[in-house]
Design a binder for this molecule. Structure first.
Ligand code: 5GP
Ligand code: SF4
Ligand code: MG
Length: 465
């Protein structure tokens, strides 16, 4: 998911709509905005579909007045899949000291345990979303102001959370102690912005100030500026390494590094680790493109756009049902026959999850007359599900959970298949000495099976580490 918030500018909701539009890659199912103005109190709008199809209407935006607003784009990982407007964030709660709204990116790993406990104690849940727990925990807190109630609530929550919240006067941002999901601070005119990624600061002309630290809470007012607190026990940070590979936009900056440059560097590492003789390096668009550029540069093999993506489709993987995903590949990608014919082709993609994309693409490339097909993958084999906010399927559906690299190669019926090593990936993100196996610098659980936070709910349901 993507979260965005602004305080201290006129018609803040318009800025939030733009910010969410730039974060649309993080979630395409639905979006929502809550705003506040002194005369009219809180207002909200939650809609299915793209930001551009909803939050551009003047009649809707007029209902979201005020200098303070937050928003969310949704990509369902926890809770019900598919259509339920009650699951669309931000969530809102009314407390004795006034209202508050929250938008959450990440996944709470003990949400089911918390929900059960809260329902037994009288909480009335409105949605199936894990994020709603935060509002109910805040309602039960005895603290006298909302930021302190949030601290109380978030100390009970396990897993990944980057939260943007608002009261009548304050914009609040929090990152979990491991800092699994990103969150950045920007300055816009006399006001401030919080965003999942820097690309959404660019679109509103905000200046990137800094990242919110793992375990940090910022409480921001238009007049008083940014107050920084560290309410949690300090832990080693575990930023999601897959944000670098796939999830973030290539024009964002993470940890002082350009995401594009990191992806290009992954391609360079891949070409060193798994060279192969061929005539063409071709990305699987769009997510494989920067790595393919790096692979071509390092190997000296020409780069070419052998596959064209229909820009009017969403991301296949992000569509929540398997049926839609299966159709998606052909609706979305087509092969440039003139370029592919009679060539030995290296296809570069960011990841293999179920293997459905790779299988279909290989068939299309062979149909177009390619002589050989070699897959090079910009992440290690995805052998474990993510419980921290990326929607990977159950373990059994992951190709790499049940097959070795060689078996996957046979299964996909390609001439060769190689994944970047975990160490190679760490080098590409700027860790020159590779992965520190005693204390990994990132979360890489979907590749290593080493989960930095125990997935409490899943263990309860019988998931085996
Ligand atoms: P597969 O067809 O192997 O199940 O999916 C792999 C493709 O899904 C890749 O091309 C990748 O770009 C895309 N993809 C989209 N969203 C995600 C995601 O959240 N996780 C992963 N691993 N891949 C995703
Ligand atoms: Fe990121 Fe993978 Fe960790 Fe999930 S399991 S947070 S996708 S690195
Ligand atoms: Mg892709």
């Amino acid at each position: 998911c993507g979260v965005f918030g602004v305080v201290g500018v006129a018609d803040a909701a318009n800025f939030v709509a733009l910010g969410l539009h730039a974060l649309q890659h993080r979630g395409q199912e639905a979006g929502g905005i809550v705003s506040h103005c002194p005369e009219d109190g809180f207002n909200n709008a939650r809609r299915f579909g793209y930001v551009r199809d909803n939050f551009t209407s003047q009649s809707l935006m007029k209902t979201l007045p005020g200098p303070l607003a937050i928003g969310h784009v949704r990509y369902s990982t926890a809770g019900s899949k598919g259509a339920a407007i009650r699951d669309v964030q931000p969530f809102f709660g009314e407390f004795s000291m006034g209202g508050a709204a929250i938008a959450h990116n990440g996944n709470i790993t003990n949400a089911e345990a918390l929900r059960k406990e809260l329902i037994e104690r009288g909480s009335i849940f409105q949605s199936s979303s894990d994020s709603e727990c935060i509002i109910h925990l805040m309602a039960r807190s005895l603290q006298r102001n909302i930021p302190e109630r949030m601290e109380d609530a978030l100390r009970r929550v396990e897993g990944a959370f980057s939260v943007v919240a608002m009261t009548r006067t304050k914009l609040i941002g929090v990152r979990d102690p491991l800092g699994v999901r990103p969150l950045v601070l920007g300055k816009v005119g006399d006001g401030w912005a919080l965003s999942s990624e820097t690309c959404a600061l660019d679109i509103i002309g905000a200046e990137f100030v800094r990242e919110i630290e793992p375990g940090e809470m910022v409480v921001i007012t238009a007049e008083g500026g940014v107050e920084s607190l560290f309410p949690f026990r300090k832990q080693d940070s575990k930023f999601c390494i897959f944000e670098h590979v796939y999830f973030s936009r290539p024009d964002s900056i993470i940890g002082g590094r350009s995401v594009y440059e990191t992806r290009r560097q992954i391609g360079v590492e891949l070409a060193r680790e798994a060279p192969v003789e061929a005539d063409l390096v071709c990305p699987v668009p769009d997510s494989g493109t920067p790595a393919a550029i790096g692979f071509a540069a390092e190997s000296g093999i020409p780069f070419g756009l052998g596959i064209t993506r229909n820009q009017y489709m969403g991301r296949t993987f992000i569509e929540p049902t398997e049926q839609i995903r299966n159709m998606g590949v052909r609706l979305k990608l087509n092969v440039n026959r003139a370029l592919i014919k009679d060539k030995r082709v290296i296809l570069v993609d960011d990841s293999v999850v179920r293997g459905t994309t790779s299988r279909k693409i290989k068939e299309m490339i062979l149909d177009a007359g390619a002589k050989e097909v070699h897959f090079r993958i910009a992440s290690p084999p995805t052998a474990w599900p993510c419980f921290y906010g990326v929607d990977t399927p159950q373990r059994e559906k992951l190709l790499a959970a049940t097959m070795s690299e060689e078996e996957m190669c046979q299964h996909l019926a390609v001439d060769s298949l190689k994944f970047i090593s975990l160490n190679g990936l760490y080098r590409a993100v700027g860790e020159g000495d590779g992965r520190n196996s005693a204390c990994p610098q990132y979360c890489d659980a979907c590749f290593s099976g080493e989960y930095p936070v125990a997935p409490t709910d899943m263990l309860q349901k019988g998931f085996k580490l």
